[in-house]
Design a protein around this ligand. Structure first.
Ligand SMILES: [Zn+2]
Length: 288
């Protein structure tokens, strides 16, 4: 069967043999530099929140500094006002639809290959990808033209932690539902998806993340905790600890391991906190 991909700009290229190549937009990710004052400031704030449980490196790459900045931005972000841009009906509808596709959750358990959903128009392709943009590519979705008509391709980078793959799958599935049911096309210039603090200003991204948070965060723990409105350092610290408690095992991605680089410990923690704060804000502002 002949297939052609209509991928969106700023995405990796899919070669004829199905392998993935970074586009020219991928950044060079090397070269350490001496810690600056701002790096020291970041270390102090990280220690305020995490104690010594996540030891920062002696010096910083730009990616590591960017990851920590994103975490600190999410720690202090106001999710209640961000959540007002979300349609609760859309988010709950997507989460309900996703749970009707058990094949999708099966899909995240396999290491590579394609998951074609019989009689449906979604193709999930799983492949580890570490070159070029590397782990910065969590996944993406695009149109897939086949002899049998247009399909919706979801690509997942399985080099990530399982929970991160599950979260990406749910997020991309949300784009599928918005396109199929609501007729909403994903904006072509979403920007780097891994910068979560930017996503708070994008209502379509936020509705997709809301669907993830509805599925990933245990409702009981959110209900117990959503009354806290304090913006203190102690409240931030508690939010981080609570987010790690509240995330369901299928979506758990912050796993302390020496094999996971510091940058990715920070990014997985940031994503967990983002989903937790979003879930709490949905409960607090929209009552869902
Ligand atoms: Zn998206």
């Amino acid at each position: 069967m002949e297939e052609s991909y209509n991928s969106r700009p700023c995405l990796p290229l899919i070669n004829d043999n199905g392998s993935i190549t970074a586009t020219g937009s991928s950044q060079k990710r090397s070269g350490r530099r001496a810690p600056s004052c701002s790096a020291n400031g970041r270390v102090h704030r990280l220690r305020d929140y995490l104690g010594n449980s996540l030891e920062p490196p002696e010096d910083w790459t730009p990616d590591e500094a960017g990851a920590v900045d994103d975490l600190l931005a999410i720690v202090s972000a106001d999710y209640n006002s961000a959540a007002t841009a979300v349609s609760g009906e859309q988010a709950t509808g997507i989460a309900r639809t996703f749970s009707r596709y058990p094949e999708l959750m099966e899909g995240v358990r396999i290491e590579s290959g394609d998951v074609r959903l019989n009689g449906r128009d979604i193709v999930v392709r799983l492949e580890p990808y570490t070159r070029g943009a590397g782990l910065h590519l969590w996944g993406f979705s695009c149109d897939l033209k086949t002899d049998h008509g247009k399909k919706f391709l979801i690509y997942l980078n399985t080099a990530h932690q399982r929970g991160a793959v599950a979260a990406t799958l749910t997020h991309e599935f949300a784009h599928y539902v918005l396109w199929k049911v609501e007729g909403v096309q994903t904006p072509h210039n979403e920007g780097p998806l891994y910068r979560l603090s930017k996503r708070l200003r994008n209502s379509q991204e936020l509705v997709c993340d809301s669907a993830v948070s509805l599925l990933a965060m245990s409702q009981g723990s959110i209900r117990r905790r959503h009354s806290c409105k304090s913006n203190s350092k102690e409240a931030h610290k508690r939010d981080i600890a609570d987010s790690l408690d509240a995330i369901r095992p299928e979506y758990r991605m912050f796993v302390k391991s020496e094999r996971i680089p510091f940058e990715w410990h920070v990014r997985y923690l940031t994503t967990t906190l983002h989903l937790f704060k979003l879930r709490r804000a949905l409960a607090g502002t929209l009552g869902i």
